[in-house]
Design a protein around this ligand. Structure first.
Ligand code: PMP
Length: 355
């Protein structure tokens, strides 16, 4: 850090992304990517004329992609905001709404970026503890009279709240913004997108990074009442109007046209998750009931750090968080059947050795 950084940012602790090793040496189960490649239609789209005309700026409004999303989710174009990954949409939300005078709450154990954005914008934020089962207690949010950010399913736990709880949270905080981050909703959660027609304070955040195999393309989006969407677009046009590059616009549009391919992949991941949980049970692990493409697990008496390290030495990358409440837990992305078999074998051998 230099002496020139603004006083406001001196203490900011940046988000630390999961490791992205550039060799294929690892079985990579650490950043919740899809183990499946993009659909053939997406691969064709990124080399199409429109995508490859890189001498031109991309279309800033992403009209075709917005219309395709509006059609897919049964809303209007005016309800859609595109972001460079859903991280950028979350950035827009914090920039637009959560400052020193407009408090926001989110769980103590959730997606780590919420805290980073809170610090970046000097938001007045409070981290609400998950209950002893690492669950979000809806009563902590119903009628809270504060802005709210919830990942549903939550990360890294994978536990989802039902639609009726989400509706109670949204309807009981009419004077505050409720952001529901549905990055993992396609793996078994219940989307609250239908509620946006009823509530003017709800922003649903989604991504192409997980269920649609496009983490590298960086496309996320928000669905919200048109007034809120206009607010978020105001931030987009005040920072980076060309935030979605031409190739990614074409890739995301083609992905929406490959629904069958991606829903089959989601079903495979759900099957692999269920089979892997049965293996974990046999191996004596505790795990949380996941509605996402990852499982949060620990084995009593086994150090999370040691198990993480030993797995890495054995060529398998998973994610561990340096938070005392969950330091012995590992977040394991669900990969292919073969990858999960290899991991289960390694877990069996290593936990036996580490006894
Ligand atoms: N929300 C949650 C809960 C996440 O886990 C992630 C992935 N790290 C994101 C949002 C951001 O994903 P992306 O920017 O790739 O859309």
């Amino acid at each position: 850090m230099s002496k020139f950084i603004s006083a406001r940012l001196k203490e900011l602790e940046a988000y630390v992304p999961g490791e992205q090793p550039q060799t294929m040496r690892y079985i990579k189960l650490n950043t919740n990517e899809s183990p499946f490649e993009p659909s053939p239609e997406v691969k064709a789209a990124v080399t199409s004329g429109r995508a490859a005309s890189l001498q031109l700026y991309p279309e800033p409004d992403c009209t075709e992609l917005s219309d395709a999303l509006a059609g897919r989710y049964g809303v209007g174009r005016e309800n859609i905001v595109l972001g460079n990954g859903s991280d950028e949409i979350l950035n827009f939300c914090f920039a637009a709404y959560f400052d020193r005078l407009s408090p926001v709450i989110f769980p103590d154990i959730t997606y780590g970026f919420y805290k980073v954005f809170g610090d970046l914008y000097g938001s007045d934020y409070t981290q609400v503890p998950l209950d002893s089962g690492l669950r979000v207690n809806p009563d902590d949010y119903i009628g809270a009279n504060k802005n709210i950010v919830l990942a549903n399913p939550n990360a890294p736990t994978g536990i989802a709240l039902g639609l009726s709880d989400i509706e109670k949270i949204v309807s009981s905080n009419p004077d505050n913004i409720v952001v529901i981050d549905e990055a993992y909703v396609d793996f078994g959660g219940e989307s609250c997108v239908p509620l946006i027609k009823k509530y003017k304070n709800l922003i649903v955040v989604m991504t192409f990074s997980k269920s649609r195999s496009l983490a590298g393309a960086r496309v996320g989006f928000a669905i919200a009442d048109s007034g809120l969407a206009a607010d978020l677009n105001k931030i987009k046009y005040s920072t980076n109007p060309y935030n979605i590059n031409s190739m990614s616009q074409q890739a995301a549009k083609a992905a929406l046209e490959s629904d069958e391919y991606y829903s089959a992949n989601c079903n495979r991941i759900i099957d692999n998750r269920n089979a892997f949980c049965r293996r974990l049970e046999k191996l004596g692990f505790d795990y949380l009931p996941s509605s996402a493409n990852f499982v949060f697990a620990r084995k009593s008496g086994v150090s999370g750090l040691e198990l993480y390290t030993r797995l890495k030495e054995n060529g398998i990358l998973v994610r561990r968080f340096d938070n005392p409440r969950i330091s012995d837990w590992l977040r394991i992305t669900i990969g292919t059947k073969e990858q999960m078999e290899t991991l289960a074998g390694a877990l069996s051998g290593l936990t036996e050795e580490m006894k």
